[in-house]
Design a protein around this ligand. Structure first.
Ligand code: ADP
Length: 450
């Protein structure tokens, strides 16, 4: 080997060592850019590029292209009639000069004024060609074998990098697909939940409508029955007066008129009850919580109920804790509705001349009013429904009623934020226990007390 050859070899080895030892292997995304820049510089190439082959190896799309001035814009070109086309069948290809003459149909090559060409093929892990690494020179070159060797040195790494990028892109695309799918599933789940909600809502509305229809028909049958009796009594009394009024003693006349008055009052009460239920159903029940003396409030109601019956049972007020003097915070109208109905029922459903008691007691936060009778009682199976409108026990026989009283009671209990419980045994009697909150924030506000 001559001295010149030895010097050339040494310089080539140095180039390989420098290129290989430069910091390529940790570049990530910038690998190709750095590779073409470095190779262009070291080999004094006019253009260096890494290109990716399309699926049928008919086209190349450059991934990174370096010129003398640095990185250039990427482009795509057809392989047919180009030296690169040969790389799809062989691992390397080089022309030290006249490449333009040999590939005169390669317009790009001609336009660029390329004289020499060195290219190597990039393979993936299955040894399928996926890309090319090419250096182009505007002047003829001497050392094609060395350049080919250097490009080969990087071919496997570049091929692996290309495969890595492809896989990474595929992974990213799949990730996006997965995210979209997850979003779609979420959307579907939301739509399903919404549809379920709507069905539940529709079911509820349907049930409410059904309940309302049942209530309507119960209402029609109750009113036709409950109004007919007083109306025929009024009709009968009025008819007697009309027919016999000239012969009637004043006392008889007064008695008949009294009957008419009582029946009208009964019908008015009935209408009042219906009105209360109607307002409660429409959510129009207003309330005004006031401080009221417990003793006078309850005694007045006892009196009123006692005198509303022709033959009332005795009603005893029991106040062991001396609570009569205390004040309760209650909406007066709702309070009266609660206790007039409970006490009237106690008298109405009492047997013989048994007593009815109204007992006052207290707990930490409540005043308790218990109304107890020793009457017909309520069966266990019926207790849970008696607060619903138009529901009456099977054992009421001929005892008059509409089935509205206890729903009015329940409405009143809700208004005063109280509680009600029932203890009852058929044939022995019933206790209705009402708890009224001692303090009521709403009441404090309205009447300004602490
Ligand atoms: P009404 O008294 O007009 O029948 P309510 O709504 O006041 O209607 O009462 C519903 C039903 O509850 C009554 O029909 C009756 O069966 C039962 N009930 C209520 N209070 C008593 C009571 N003190 N004793 C026995 N049964 C009662």
């Amino acid at each position: 080997m001559s001295n010149t050859e030895l010097l050339t070899l040494r310089s080539q080895l140095k180039t390989i060592e420098e290129v290989v030892s430069s910091n390529f292997y940790n570049l990530g995304d910038k690998f190709f850019e750095q590779l073409v820049l470095e190779l262009s510089d070291r080999l004094n190439a006019d253009y260096t590029f890494v290109g990716e082959l399309n699926s049928d190896s008919s086209k190349v799309e450059t991934i990174s292209l370096a010129g003398k001035q640095g990185i250039l814009d990427n482009f795509t070109y057809n392989l047919k009639d180009t030296p690169c086309d040969l790389l799809t069948n062989q691992p390397a290809c080089s022309y030290s000069q006249d490449v333009c003459l040999l590939f005169s149909k390669d317009q790009l090559l001609v336009d660029m004024g390329i004289e020499a060409y060195v290219g190597v093929t990039l393979f993936n892990s299955k040894f399928i060609p996926t890309g090319i690494l090419v250096c182009l020179f505007k002047n003829k070159i001497e050392n094609t074998a060395f350049i080919e060797l250097l490009l080969m040195t990087f071919a496997s790494r570049a091929g692996a990098e290309l495969e890595h990028i492809k896989l990474y892109n595929k992974l990213e695309r799949n990730k996006i697909k997965l995210l979209k799918k997850e979003e779609e599933e979420k959307k579907q789940a939301n739509e399903l939940a919404y549809a379920k909600e709507r069905i539940a809502f529709q079911k509820e509305s349907l049930a409410k409508e059904k309940e309302l229809n049942e209530l309507k028909s119960k209402f029609v049958s109750m009113t036709s029955h409950e109004f007919r009796t007083p109306l025929s009594a009024i009709n009968f009394a009025a008819g007697s007066i009309k027919k016999y009024w000239a012969k009637m003693e004043p006392i008889m006349l007064e008695e008949k008129l009294g009957k008419i008055e009582n029946q009208v009052l009964h019908m008015t009460n009935l209408l009042d009850d219906i009105l209360i239920i109607g307002q409660a159903d429409a959510g129009k029940t207003g309330s005004m919580l006031l401080s009221i003396n417990l003793g006078s409030f309850i005694e007045e109601i006892i009196n009123e109920v006692y005198h509303s019956f022709e033959e009332s049972n005795e009603i005893e007020l029991i106040d062991r804790e001396g609570l009569k003097g205390t004040d309760i915070f209650i909406d007066e109208k709702s309070g009266r509705n609660i206790f007039i109905n409970l006490l009237s029922n106690a008298v109405k459903f009492s047997q013989g001349d048994s007593k009815v008691t109204v007992e006052l007691s207290s707990e930490k936060d409540y005043i308790i009013i218990s109304i107890t009778d020793f009457g017909i009682g309520i069966s266990k199976s019926e207790i849970q429904n008696i607060f619903n409108p138009f529901v009456r026990g099977k054992n009421v026989d001929l005892i008059q009623g509409t089935g509205l009283g206890l729903s009015i009671v329940k409405e009143g209990i809700d208004v005063i934020k109280g509680e009600i419980t029932v203890n009852s045994t058929v044939g022995k009697g019933s206790s209705f226990i009402v708890k009224i909150p001692k303090k009521n924030k709403k009441a404090k506000k309205q009447i300004g007390i602490n």
